[in-house]
Design a protein around this ligand. Structure first.
Ligand code: NAD
Length: 357
């Protein structure tokens, strides 16, 4: 399929490629939708096997951002960018980041870059030396690490799932299995343990496990077992695609609700399997929107009070999606439908404003 056909399939507005002869930077920015507003999305640095893999990743990730922002009630569109590394572990440099910043700047603010896999607040600050349209740095740009806010949003979504499954939003006495004890996972553990949840956690990084055992008294599990652990809630907070139809049939939990993006391998089908097994699924892009709410809200100069209220709203939105999922094939379908309604409403009001003006 050629690039324009792929863009039509995903519904993209604009895709731009860039190569910088000085630094060797090869990058793609994908603007999926600007219907609801400018698009904020992370810059991923990754060693893709082929250019098509890099394109596929940026197309699907930017589409996901459109739905994440729409469901979060943000006046923001969806976009994402990727830097195609020449080899695995290729070290980030100021020169590369600044070249990327200049590329981002050509979008004049319709696309706003942020941190993602392979980029750090330092990388963001380097980009910010060349463009004002980047969020998540600590010195040159603002925003900082969004992980605590993402964890808080997951916690809010989890409360809605617990209420739906057990008739009470309380995590006290509940057993939660957390896969991935990195930034989001560790902040989530803290939020769970304080009100009395029992947490079982696993990570391929031993130090991350030890930190959570020492600081929060969690029970360590092996990475092979964590997904199928008997628990009330499974919270995937590591990588995407960890639950396929086969795994979904074997899970021993009542709720799936975690921070990882693209938790389900094939969401259209796997979410149906979860529903058929009576497992309550808090849709990933709805419950993990706390980080984008934080950075977008700061970009839009929202008050602290408004930002906190929008994060808390994740609980009500998740509850709405769980209810609407009852008459649809899955909660995933309900979340997509909610996003589509909000995007259609945004497009209609934009048309009205143009006619009125
Ligand atoms: P992170 O890199 O800090 O943490 C991920 C952790 O998962 C690491 O500790 C890693 O060792 C562990 N891990 C990797 N493979 C594993 C496996 N097979 N089993 C167990 N542990 C494994 O990343 P993060 O910022 O905490 O993000 C976690 C997830 O949440 C990612 O999917 C990310 O896309 C998503 N997410 C993050 C944010 C955010 O604000 N950071 C926002 C939205 C979504």
């Amino acid at each position: 399929m050629n690039i324009l056909e792929q863009m039509r399939e995903y519904g993209h507005e604009r895709v731009a490629f860039h190569q910088d002869p000085q630094t060797g930077l090869r990058a793609i920015i994908a603007l999926h939708s600007s219907v609801l507003g400018n698009a904020l999305g992370g810059t991923r640095r990754w060693c893709y096997a082929t250019e098509q893999d890099a394109l596929h990743d940026v197309l699907r990730l930017s589409q996901g951002m459109t739905y994440k922002c729409a469901c979060a009630g943000l006046p923001m569109g969806g976009g994402k960018s990727v830097v195609w590394l020449p080899q695995r572990g290729h070290a980030p440099t100021e020169a590369e980041a600044r070249a990327m910043g200049r590329f981002v700047d050509t979008f004049n603010g319709v696309y706003i870059a942020a941190e993602d896999v392979g980029t750090t607040p330092q990388y963001i600050d380097w980009m910010a030396m060349e463009t004002a349209h980047v969020m998540g740095g600590e010195q040159v740009s603002r925003g900082g690490d969004p992980s605590p806010f993402t964890a808080r949003g997951v916690f809010n979504g989890m409360k809605a799932c617990l209420e739906y499954a057990f008739g009470s939003p309380s995590v006290e006495g509940r057993t939660v299995a957390v896969q991935g004890l990195g930034n989001v996972g560790t902040y989530l553990v803290k939020l769970l343990v304080e009100p009395g949840a029992r947490v079982i956690g696993a990570d391929i990084n031993r130090q991350h496990v030890e930190r959570c055992v020492d600081q929060y008294g969690i029970t360590a599990a092996s990475t092979d077992e964590i997904l199928l652990t008997e628990c009330d809630v499974l919270a995937p907070c590591a990588l995407g695609g960890v639950i396929d139809a086969n795994t979904a049939r074997k899970l021993n939990c009542r709720v799936v609700c975690g921070g990882a993006n693209k938790v389900l391998d094939c969401p259209e089908e796997d979410a149906v399997v979860l529903k058929s097994r009576g497992i309550v699924y808090g849709v990933d892009f709805v419950v993990n929107a706390g980080g984008v709410i934080e950075l977008s809200g700061q970009y839009l100069n929202y008050s602290r009070q408004k930002l906190d209220a929008m994060n808390d709203e994740i609980e009500a939105t998740t509850a709405q999606i769980l209810r609407e999922g009852e008459t649809l094939s899955s909660t995933y379908e309900a979340a997509i439908a909610l996003g589509d309604r909000r995007i259609a409403a945004g497009a209609a009001s934009k048309r009205e404003r143009i006619h009125a003006g």
